[in-house]
Design a protein around this ligand. Structure first.
Ligand code: HEM
Length: 139
């Protein structure tokens, strides 16, 4: 990610600040719609899950400039997701649902540059989580 892309992700994430839980809930609704195979993985209160997801996203966003802090945390998260029954294909659905939800929450602030910046952030997160999960599975 370029410094401009990091700044763009930080400033647009701040804009959805007041509606973070609603955004998290909308994300899961969208995810279950585009990929119904993900629904049965969640046996939890989805309101609470939405809060957890948005808290982790807030941490990720505020540490995009600090990979030495961000990467170990993302890799741990990826390893934990093996136990949740998550497969590599699920990541494509999650990233698509996240981008869709952010586009909706941000409205006219969702420009092509902003979209590219978020896509780049999620591509890095998903790829780090998947590769940590793969190494964990390989023992
Ligand atoms: C952008 C990548 C992702 C992020 C940031 C993320 C974030 C989180 C967080 C913060 C938790 C709470 C538990 C923990 O910290 O270990 C969690 C749990 C979970 N996530 Fe993810 N996740 C991601 C990708 C995925 C994918 C691709 C799936 C597949 C559908 C998924 C399914 C789950 C499930 C099933 C749980 C456990 C719910 C339970 O407690 O039973 N996540 N995720």
């Amino acid at each position: 990610m370029t410094p401009d892309q990091i700044a763009s992700v930080e400033s647009t994430f701040r804009q959805i600040g007041p509606i973070t839980q609603a955004t998290g809930v909308e994300f899961y609704n969208r995810l279950f719609e585009i990929d119904p195979t993900t629904r049965s993985l969640f046996d939890v209160d989805m309101g609470l899950q939405a809060v957890k997801l948005m808290q982790v996203l807030a941490f990720v966003v505020s540490n995009l400039h600090a990979p030495e802090t961000l990467l170990p945390m993302i890799r741990d998260l990826g390893r934990r997701h093996v136990a949740y029954g998550v497969t590599e294909a699920h990541y494509d659905s999650v990233v698509a649902a996240l981008l869709f939800t952010l586009a909706h929450a941000l409205g006219s602030a969702w420009t092509p540059d902003v979209a590219a910046a978020w896509a780049s952030a999620f591509a890095t997160i998903a790829s780090e989580m998947k590769s940590a999960a793969r190494s964990a599975a390989a023992g």
